[in-house]
Design a protein around this ligand. Structure first.
Ligand code: HEC
Length: 119
């Protein structure tokens, strides 16, 4: 067969493969982006607590208006387990309410959660 009859279907296939993940963005269950800080080992105590203290506990510090108390690892744990922190901060970016959180801080949270949120 000629190179053209081979290339056209190959290009169509490649195009379908490339656009396929984009079509999935409308799913109810979108996935977090891959961690963009490969090799970094982020822990709650060294890297994450500061971020939570800065951007979350004004509302999630046990006094409202947000639910729950994120001043400790234990206070956040069930929401990490349920995937709500990843969903709200990394995927939908609905938290912190009102925005104002730099993307770099979201990236750190993403990598930390994907690594199993070590303490
Ligand atoms: C300005 C106040 C405010 C800030 C700051 C804020 N939140 Fe929230 N958050 C809320 C409120 C109010 C709700 C409950 C209503 C809702 O879900 O929208 C909520 C809900 C949530 C939920 C869902 C709770 C559940 O049980 O599913 C999560 C998870 C969450 N916030 C995480 C965070 C994280 C992590 C931060 C910091 C990066 C943050 N929020 C910062 C006000 C805030």
């Amino acid at each position: 067969m000629s190179i053209k009859t081979f290339l056209l279907p190959a290009l169509l296939m490649a195009g379908a493969l490339l656009t396929w993940p984009a079509c999935n963005n409308d799913d109810d269950d979108p996935e977090a982006p891959a961690c963009n800080l490969p090799g970094a080992t982020l822990t709650y105590s060294t890297n994450i607590k500061n971020i939570i203290d800065t951007y979350c506990i004004s509302c999630h510090g046990g006094l409202g208006p947000g639910p729950d108390d994120y001043r400790t690892y234990e206070g956040m744990k069930s929401h990490l387990d349920e995937g709500h922190v990843l969903e709200n901060v990394v995927i939908n970016k609905t938290m912190p309410e009102g925005g104002g959180m730099p993307q770099a801080a979201r990236d750190s949270i993403n990598c930390w959660i994907q690594a199993g949120y070590p303490k």
